[in-house]
Design a protein around this ligand. Structure first.
Ligand code: HEC
Ligand code: HEC
Length: 351
């Protein structure tokens, strides 16, 4: 073998191992897409994904058995919900708009405005145990949660299969690891936009192509950047110009609530625009109903000039911009049966 061939063979070997996790878990990814980062202490496995999926749709994770993760994160809406916010158990009003979960494995920090949330393993404690606002209402009831799950034979088998090294222990840690493993499989890179990038030029309409140019020309991609259309950074876009300076109303002041820094008033993590045409209403509080109005809502100190530029678009240009945003909708992601409520568990009907 020549030196060049040997090098080629080595490089191929490296490329393949990058896609097959050390645990042997095989990612089902479109060509050219790298697997997301996975924490060393929670390697992927099929057993964890299957368990995490069942937990995601199990309302026993809420105090009164009414609310599962899937209640607020609905697959057909790219794992959001169609209202401005969704109440927690007992009708406690929600505070923020439910976020989409497509490609969430690649996002850190998590949520609209909490720079301390870095892992899916711990993020799940917010809906399950959180009190601001109450979502699933299990604060102080971790043992009750474990007891409920352990009362089910099928869960005992599933935890054993997923966590043999921990003797199938059922607690918040293993529940969090399984949920995170399932969430990491929620990969969405098969929209018309992706197909066009992979060479199928007909996948995107002419309008969507023109809209893509408008999107970058206006500077939208300064913040909605990269393959997931987010820089994962915090910006105050001045959605509410309450004081003429892009200030925010007291009920939700964004990043400042955690950082305490005046400059973080109203700052939110740039939302990904993947599947955005399916995830309305928009913004951290769900106050904006349409994509054109979402584009027009960028008016604050960090988006100087954007409001005027968006206002200057004629109707055809705005339609093109919307066509581009619509080209980010991934039909196979929102209909993939692997992400839906599991019909079977342990060989028997589930529910
Ligand atoms: C009552 C509705 C509700 C329930 C139930 C719920 N969520 Fe959420 N979820 C939300 C809202 C609202 C946000 C945004 C929260 C914020 O930014 O303060 C969110 C954000 C997230 C995010 C962050 C996404 C990102 O891009 O950063 C993840 C991950 C997530 N939820 C997973 C889950 C999991 C797992 C469960 C079940 C254990 C769950 N959620 C249950 C409403 C809900
Ligand atoms: C300075 C950074 C920045 C720029 C530039 C920017 N955005 Fe945004 N965008 C954000 C942030 C941050 C939010 C969330 C704000 C909130 O909820 O308060 C957002 C929200 C959105 C939403 C709503 C998404 C959702 O899931 O709720 C859409 C749609 C959107 N932007 C499109 C655009 C378009 C189109 C442009 C160009 C005309 C643009 N953005 C320019 C940062 C930016």
């Amino acid at each position: 073998m020549t030196r060049g061939l040997l090098l080629g063979a080595l490089l191929t070997a490296v490329a393949i191992t990058a896609f097959a996790a050390p645990s042997g878990y095989v990612w089902h990814l479109p060509p050219g897409v790298m697997p997301p980062p996975v924490p060393a202490d929670n390697p992927m496995s099929e057993a964890k994904v299957v368990l995490g999926r069942r937990l995601f749709y199990d309302a026993d994770l809420s105090i009164d058995g009414t609310t599962s993760c899937g209640t607020c994160h609905e697959q057909h809406r790219a794992f959001t919900e169609g209202n401005a916010s969704h109440p927690g158990v007992g009708g406690v009003p929600g505070k923020r708009n439910v976020m989409a979960l497509g490609n969430v494995a690649y996002f850190t920090p998590l949520t609209w405005a909490d720079p301390t949330l870095h892992s899916l393993e711990t993020q799940m404690r917010v809906p399950v145990l959180g009190t601001n606002p109450v979502e699933m209402g299990m604060a102080g009831k971790e043992n009750e949660l474990a007891r409920r799950l352990a009362a089910d034979d099928c869960y005992r088998q599933m935890f054993q299969a997923a966590f043999p090294e921990e003797q199938g222990r059922i607690d918040m840690k293993t529940v969090g690891k399984a949920l995170a493993s399932f969430e990491r499989t929620l990969i969405s890179y098969d929209a018309p936009y992706d197909k066009a990038r992979r060479g199928d030029r007909s996948a995107m309409s002419d309008a969507a192509r023109r809209g893509e140019k408008i999107f970058s020309g206006l500077g939208c991609a300064d913040c909605h950047s990269g393959v997931n259309f987010t820089d994962l950074k915090y910006h105050a876009i001045g959605l509410y110009d309450v004081d003429g300076k892009g200030g925010y109303p007291a009920r939700d002041r964004g990043l400042i609530e955690i950082s305490g820094k005046a400059s973080d008033e109203g700052a939110m993590r740039t939302p990904s625009l993947r599947n955005v045409a399916l995830t309305g209403p928009y913004m951290h509080d769900g106050s904006v109903k349409t994509l054109p109005d979402a584009a027009r809502g960028h008016a604050g100190r960090e988006t100087s000039g954007l409001k005027a530029k968006v206002a200057a678009l004629d109707a055809g240009e705005m339609a093109d911009l919307v066509a581009f945003l619509e080209s980010l909708s991934d039909r196979s992601f929102v209909t993939n049966p692997d992400f839906a409520l599991p019909r079977m568990a342990c060989g028997k009907p589930n529910y």
